[in-house]
Design a protein around this ligand. Structure first.
Ligand code: AN7
Length: 344
């Protein structure tokens, strides 16, 4: 039987006894061995495909816990700011729980699939004439002022749910990976993985990657006008800044930036060489390994395995896919014309 994430890890999650389980059977996502990537990186490499979650991103892990707790304490509505995936996930879990949902997204800057999800699940979708960081500031103030539950990753239950991905990685490999590569935006997920690993006495090297035009953690200061093709991580002032940097430092890892071209190259390469279609932000994890390899601190052994977290599904963002993919071949309805189109 399919298992809701909360049932699978109930003893390690801080829910109250009376809380309902608001679930779409999230988690238990595929860990896919990546032979061509392993060959290129010269290390055994796996892809943790979080696009396999019910709404197509890792956000569902946090949302099942945050929305279950919200419902348990009697909330009637949830709200978030979002670059898209949190909005899609919050809208779906709110619908599931019978709660009202409102999502504030940067106008014109979220992938079309995510917008379709949020709208279809019945959330009130507000397109802000501003960026994600500004939207987050506004929802924080709204949640202080009104009886509405904030379900961004500043909500502690989100991090608790998301840490379960680290449990799954260790369970599936039968041991901790040597390293884990992960895209970093608002910095909740890298914080969550580190917590999860620590809870099972694992300590892989964490390699965090930001997009060059949205790399506050790399520069050491907020970015006022973040820009990147990877709209999910177009974030200039991460909410979990200190915890994320502590996780990376404690793991003896690194945070580094990758360009949009490097992200898009890795995005296409993963789809065409491994058969795995993730969204552009997710490909930052692989782009970073291509760009920097697997550096270690002085004297340390190089990792023997690496897991790349592919945070969201490629179908989320068909516009970027189609603008970067080869063209369709139009063809008249005729056998020899089709023959030429297929074989020439
Ligand atoms: C595909 O949906 O912030 O570092 O509002 O959608 O935990 O923020 C999304 C983030 C990586 C970065 N990959 O994770 C949002 C949002 C994908 C994402 C990240 C996001 P965090």
């Amino acid at each position: 039987m399919p298992v809701p994430l909360i049932e699978r890890y109930r003893d390690r999650l801080p829910l109250e006894a009376g809380d309902p389980v608001v679930s779409l059977n999230e988690g238990s996502t595929p860990l896919i061995e990546a032979p061509r990537l392993s060959e290129r990186l010269e290390v055994r490499t796996f892809l943790k495909f979080e696009g396999g979650n019910p709404t197509g991103s890792f956000k569902d892990r946090g949302m099942t816990v945050a929305v279950s707790r919200a419902k348990g304490r009697g909330a009637e509505a949830v709200i978030c700011a979002s670059t898209g995936n949190t909005a899609a996930s919050a809208a779906a879990y709110a619908a599931r729980a019978g709660l009202r949902g409102a999502v504030i997204v940067p106008e014109g800057k979220i992938a079309i699939g995510k917008l379709a999800q949020a709208l279809m699940h019945g959330a009130r979708v507000v397109a802000l004439q501003g960026n994600f960081d500004e939207a987050l500031q506004i929802v924080r103030e709204l949640a202080d002022k009104h009886p509405i539950e904030l379900v961004n990753s500043v909500n502690p239950y989100r991090i608790e749910g998301q840490k379960t991905a680290a449990f799954e990685v260790v369970e599936e490999l039968g041991e901790a990976p040597g390293a884990l590569a992960i895209p970093v935006g608002n910095a909740g997920n890298v914080t969550a993985y580190w917590r999860g690993f620590q809870e099972v006495d694992a300590a892989p090297i964490l390699y965090g990657f930001q997009a060059e035009g949205a790399a506050p953690l790399v520069h050491g200061s907020p970015v006022a006008n973040p820009e990147t093709v990877a709209s999910a991580i177009r974030i200039g002032n991460p909410a979990r800044w200190e915890e994320a940097m502590a996780a990376i430092t404690d793991s003896r890892g690194r945070i580094a930036a990758v360009s949009d071209d490097q992200i898009l190259d890795a995005y296409r390469w993963l789809a065409s060489s491994e058969g795995v279609f993730c969204e552009p932000a997710s490909a930052a994890s692989v782009a970073g390994l291509f760009a920097y390899g697997l550096p270690v601190v002085d004297g340390a052994e190089p990792p023997e395995s690496v897991v790349c977290v592919l945070t969201g599904h490629g179908l989320k963002d068909p516009d970027t896919a189609l603008s970067k993919a080869p063209s369709v071949i139009n063809c008249e309805n005729d056998l020899s014309a089709v023959e030429r189109a297929v074989f020439d």
